[in-house]
Ligand binder design. Structure first.
Ligand SMILES: NC(=O)c1ccc[n+]([C@@H]2O[C@H](COP(=O)([O-])OP(=O)(O)OC[C@H]3O[C@@H](n4cnc5c(N)ncnc54)[C@H](OP(=O)(O)O)[C@@H]3O)[C@@H](O)[C@H]2O)c1
Length: 275
């Protein structure tokens, strides 16, 4: 089944932006025939370059995995966050619209404030940090400028390439006696490999917003406990960060088949990284 989907997508002229990132690298494997651009090849904040590239290639599908993802860094550099995560989506959406391309874009659980225990695709957004605000601006810029889009909100991404929570835990567990991790923020860890694979299905679904994560809910502490042994729980109050995080950022997927449990995905990740 998975093979069949890849074959169908393989025939669609696809362009990937942000191909050098954690998700971008996995997307590049799922769409081996896609035309791929890393940040050094296309800066998505360069309106003319984005427009000319999409106009010249005329892809049927544009997958945008480029983003400024440093949540605390966004608090320090609001302009950069809004340029990359917000304004650039206006350029990409307009270019896709004029080229007749479908746009697949990724957004975040951080568009919600975390005051509810779970969030449906249609729920009211209310981001509490600059990263979430800039990503929400990006969503709005897409919706205002084109129709054929899929905005995929995901959460707590871990993948084989790049920095992620799993690697941070593995590193810290060697550096300190006990790693303290917050036990009062809840979400759904998501394996970039699974999300990239699921993207190939979502391309064929109707335009709109999708919530795509692995199954299962946990706190950061519970996630850490599944990775390392020397971990202790603490509260957000004991471990303040520059950007406020939502207490609950549990995305509910009401539109597609759910993906495997995050524990199963984590097992696959651990096996893959040790190869
Ligand atoms: N990571 C998570 O936990 C998480 C959670 C929810 C949603 N998401 C969303 O999922 C998507 C993929 O995230 P990810 O974890 O794969 O992020 P990532 O590893 O940080 O990858 C993002 C890529 O975008 C590139 N980039 C940054 N600014 C750019 C620009 N101006 N023009 C072109 N490329 C630029 C980065 O290049 P440099 O590395 O050179 O800066 C990097 O290669 C993003 O939309 C993100 O908001 C992520």
């Amino acid at each position: 089944m998975v093979y069949r989907i890849q074959m169908v997508v393989g025939k669609i002229k696809t362009l990937i932006l942000g191909a050098g990132g954690m998700l971008g690298m996995e997307l590049s494997k799922v769409f081996p025939d896609a035309i791929k651009f890393t940040r050094s090849e296309i800066d998505i904040t360069d309106e003319d370059h984005v427009h000319l590239t999409i106009e010249k290639i005329r892809p049927e599908v544009v997958v945008n995995a480029a983003a400024y993802t440093n949540v605390d860094g966004c608090e320090d550099d609001k302009d950069l966050a809004f340029d990359v995560n917000g304004k650039a989506l206006e350029y990409i959406a307009r270019s896709c619209y004029s080229a007749g391309a479908t746009l697949i874009h990724y957004s975040t659980d951080y568009v919600f404030d975390g005051s509810k225990k779970e969030y449906f695709e249609s729920d009211k957004t209310n981001p509490i940090n600059v990263y979430g605000q800039s990503k929400l601006r990006g969503e709005k810029n897409i919706i205002e400028n084109m129709k054929d889009y899929r905005i995929i909100r995901t959460s707590w991404l871990f993948g084989l390439q790049g920095k992620n929570f799993v690697e941070t835990m593995l590193r810290l567990s060697k550096e300190v006696d006990t790693v303290k991790v917050v036990n009062d923020q809840f979400g759904k860890p998501t394996y970039a490999v699974d999300l990239a694979q699921k993207t190939s299905e979502i391309i064929k679904l109707t335009p709109g917003i999708y919530h795509i994560t692995n199954d299962g809910i946990c706190s950061w502490y519970e996630f850490a406990k599944a990775i390392i042994g020397n971990v202790a729980s603490c509260s957000t109050y004991e471990f303040p960060r520059k950007a406020e995080r939502p207490k609950y950022s549990v995305l509910v997927n009401t539109k597609t088949e759910s993906m495997r449990h995050w524990k199963e995905a984590l097992k696959a990740y651990m096996e893959e990284r040790s190869k």
